[in-house]
Design a binder for this molecule. Sequence first.
Ligand code: UTP
Length: 295
Amino acid sequence: MIRKAVIPAAGLGTRFLPATKALPKEMLPIIDTPTIQYVVQEAVDSGIEDILIISGKGKRAMEDHFDRNFELEARLEEKEDERWYNEVRRLADMANIHFVRQKEMNGLGDAIYYARFHTGNEPFAVLLGDTVINSVIPVTQQLIDIYEQYRGTVIAVEEVPHDKVSRYGVVGGRKLSDTLMELSTLVEKPAVDKAPSNLAIAGRYILTPQIYEAIEHTPPGKNKEIQLTDAFLYLLKRENIYSHTIEGKRYDIGNKLDFLKTNVEFALRRKEFAAPFAAFLKEIVRELEAREAGK
Ligand code: UTP
């Protein structure tokens, strides 16, 4: 059984400067909800109640977000704003959320290594704090279901266009079903003609305690950071690793363009914004088309 989740959220977010100079990128809101809240919700919706967030310098806002705020609660009570009072209380009670600070930003592999005392001898889920996945069945639940059957490391992947593979970590191996693969290789940002597939690592994993030994044996790689993909290569020589092609759509808010697109798509899905926002977008498209026609 998977009882614990680890959410790495300590990264510097250099691709999102200047916003991330003092604000954790995981707190950037998709409309009105911090990204990390969607991530915690996915873990909770997958039956996980114990969550460890890997935090770091300048990331206190995440702790405050999942804590009580008595002054705000009192004000909302006074205003008889039951909806927001309940929501603010719910955030502090969503799960048992713990924090540990990554002392130096030495990469995702290093961030996960900080979870070793918390997860001990148990398998656990990992959800990247800057990645939201919209799906009917929560993706972490999809991975747990596979873990229960195969008892090995499971990596969520998504299909990406062949010509875009060099932006991602890409997996290759033997197909066990339409969505499941037993891996024989993982490559970080491969050249288009060298990629073993068009399946890109999607920011959700089930890891076994063996990952810690693998991280210990992984020297710093790209950007002098301990790369989780490199640790998987060590692990692959010793045990099976599976990939699951997710049913869902992934949004990486760590880069500005994807963040903008994410906000547009989520706004169109929100009842109170869908109609007026769609009208606004259509107006913009009309203006763009008119401008192009006038050229
Ligand atoms: P990224 O590589 O996207 O985060 O890591 P980053 O390093 O903050 O990004 P840029 O390139 O500088 O913009 C994916 C997730 O892993 C966490 C990040 O916080 C993010 O949620 N992470 C990354 C850590 O917790 N520690 C690290 O050392 C690196």
